[in-house]
Ligand binder design. Structure first.
Ligand SMILES: Cc1cc2nc3c(=O)[nH]c(=O)nc-3n(C[C@H](O)[C@H](O)[C@H](O)COP(=O)(O)OP(=O)(O)OC[C@H]3O[C@@H](n4cnc5c(N)ncnc54)[C@H](O)[C@@H]3O)c2cc1C
Length: 262
């Protein structure tokens, strides 16, 4: 390890002012991705700003027809408290193991944008808005590529605003070692139509317009029969081939719809 300053600001405004936008300063949430990166020397900030206990980032509240989840709410707290969107609670409750869920946060997970991020499927599937200290970013505009997002240097995710769906479901095949989805599919029927979002299969989460059109006509697993996903741009690694991931997308989309219909 290399030397760095550790600071724990007492308030959100203090944290934002302390960051100042420089690349040498990093926010620390649960440390589930950042601490391993520090240990490996992949990140070498001179200052860590611990935002995990900031009360402004730890709230879950209703706001009109939306549910607002603070960026530093833990996955475990989401799994217990997000009763308005059961599929989202299930998604959070299926992340990693108990230790990861007790420390990891949706803000850290989205900012990190691992290609197998469960929350990426949730925000894309629900058409959520990522509210930062500077602006609101639609989920559709947030994920730019593998480990790459629309966040600017020093930009802090404050909360995530989820529109309440009519019904939604999530299904994933877990990597047996980490819990990360080999593939995960989130399906939501909303006031704006049906959304199908996939994680774990590509460089970043993506939607499936063909599946969405089929489910808009008939929100049933049977509506997906015969639909196929091209494996060409999908991930292939030691866990799964791109062909297998393409197959899983169809199977898991059907399971997510069945989950939503329960
Ligand atoms: C063993 C293991 C298993 C896991 N399994 C899964 C899984 O099944 N599914 C899954 O989706 N994830 C999984 N994860 C990832 C986990 O969900 C964490 O949420 C993720 O690693 C991010 O960690 P964190 O929230 O602690 O953020 P940190 O590690 O503290 O931060 C990660 C990055 O985000 C930045 N950041 C943090 N908060 C904010 C914010 N509010 N605004 C802007 N930038 C911010 C930090 O500066 C850093 O660059 C796993 C992790 C581990 C270690």
């Amino acid at each position: 390890m290399f030397p760095f300053d550790y600071r724990r600001p007492a308030a959100l405004a203090e944290a934002i002012a302390a960051h100042g936008g420089g690349g040498d300063v990093r926010y620390l949430a649960g440390g589930q991705s950042l601490v391993p990166a520090l240990k490996l020397g992949l990140a070498q900030p001179s200052v860590l700003l611990d935002i995990a206990r900031l009360p402004e980032l730890r709230r879950i509240r209703a706001e009109g027809p939306t549910l607002v989840v603070g960026a530093a709410v833990t996955h475990a707290a989401m799994a217990e408290a997000v009763v308005a969107i059961p599929a989202l609670a299930m998604l959070a409750g299926g992340i990693g193991d108990l230790q990861v869920r007790n420390m990891g946060t949706p803000g850290g997970a989205l900012a990190n944008n691992d290609p197998a991020c469960d929350h990426a499927a949730g925000v894309l599937g629900l058409g959520a808005v990522i509210r930062t200290d500077r602006r609101e970013i639609a989920a559709a505009d947030f994920f730019l590529g593998m480990f790459e997002t629309a966040l600017e240097p020093g930009e802090l995710i404050v909360e995530i605003v989820y529109s309440l769906p009519r019904r939604a479901g999530y299904a994933k095949v877990r990597n047996p070692a980490s819990g990360y989805p080999v593939v995960g599919v989130f399906v939501a029927e909303t006031g704006d139509g049906v959304r199908v979002a996939v994680t774990g299969a590509g460089a970043t989460a993506f939607r499936l317009p063909e599946f969405e059109a089929a489910l808009a006509a008939d929100f049933s697993p049977l509506a997906l029969a015969g639909l196929e996903v091209s494996p060409d741009d999908l991930n292939r690694d030691l866990h799964a081939s791109h062909d297998y991931r393409a197959h899983l997308i169809g199977v898991l989309a059907g399971r997510a719809v069945a989950d939503a219909r329960r």
